[in-house]
Design a binder for this molecule. Sequence first.
Ligand SMILES: N[C@@H](CCC(=O)N[C@@H](CS)C(=O)NCC(=O)O)C(=O)O
Length: 340
Amino acid sequence: MLSLNHIRSFGAVTILVLAAAGAQAQTLKALKERGTLNCGVSQGLYGFSIADDKGNWSGFDVDFCRALAAAIFDDPSKVKFVPLSTNERFQALQSGAVDVLARNSTWTMSRETDLKLNFVGVNYYDGQGFMVRNALKIGSALELDGKKVCVQSGTTTELNLKDFFNTNNMKYELVSLPTAVESEKAYDSGRCDVLTTDVSGLYAERLALSNPADHVVLPDVISKEPLGPAVRQGDDQWFQIVKWTLFAMLNAEELGVSKETLEEAKKSTKPDVMRLMGNDGNFGEQVGLTKDWAARIVGQVGNYAEVFNRNIGSDSKLGIPRGENNLWSRGGIQYAPPIR
Ligand SMILES: N[C@@H](CCC(=O)N[C@@H](CS)C(=O)NCC(=O)O)C(=O)O
């Protein structure tokens, strides 16, 4: 049996624990006070995050930030997009300059352990590839020995490139550039024979070249690049909000809940649709949001398929096939844990 004295001393510990938990859950509170989400995105990668001449941002990563704003503020426009270079992106997240990073960033162990970040999941399964001029008549990455290779600094791309050439006893001349625009220009002007990055990025960067049809993306994929949104460590509530926003978008696709079917879904009596729509349980409230958090995301931004197709998939200039980014139930590997 616990004596009153035990309870008193436990009480002090309990208060300390509660205070620590309270101190952690600061991001959502700060965001609500500020009224906007600060979202770190790439400086300009067609399909993922790019601003037009009026400063309007669009893209797959941009829409993830908008989905968060829809869930938090019931308004997808309450986002300040902070364009970040590869070299500055993680520091911006660590310092609090951004609340979340949605910037085609690869989930690796050291980015969690050394940089003290948490990746919330994978919003795009990618891999590293190579682009060359058709005129070179190269059919495989194993024929790149001795070539000049343009690569963006501060990326996993740089590291994989070294591993791949060393493993295959090939030499290369590195041309390292700090931004996508500079890499595209350097490659386009002939400063390098090869441009390497994530395959999705190669398709996007090819569009920026003076004659896209003169270039081919080689079939080889030399690495795993699971791209996903990241947060800094230390705030579990915020980590869960960002993670479950991604999962809500995937679950919505799986359950057939889209912008178009939303009103019908709100009236559905299917248990998993009811939970997603906030008509059974209080899942959103448990992370500091509202019951209808996921309905807001789908209604104001869309489910995963809608966001994929309009920015990078079949309804976009990039036309990237769903491939492994299809749902697990349709032959891909996208799989979200259930809301229950
Ligand atoms: N996924 C890799 C590469 C990410 C990356 O930044 N790639 C470049 C080339 S696709 C990019 O996004 N550039 C856009 C920019 O700098 O704005 C990583 O996380 O290191």
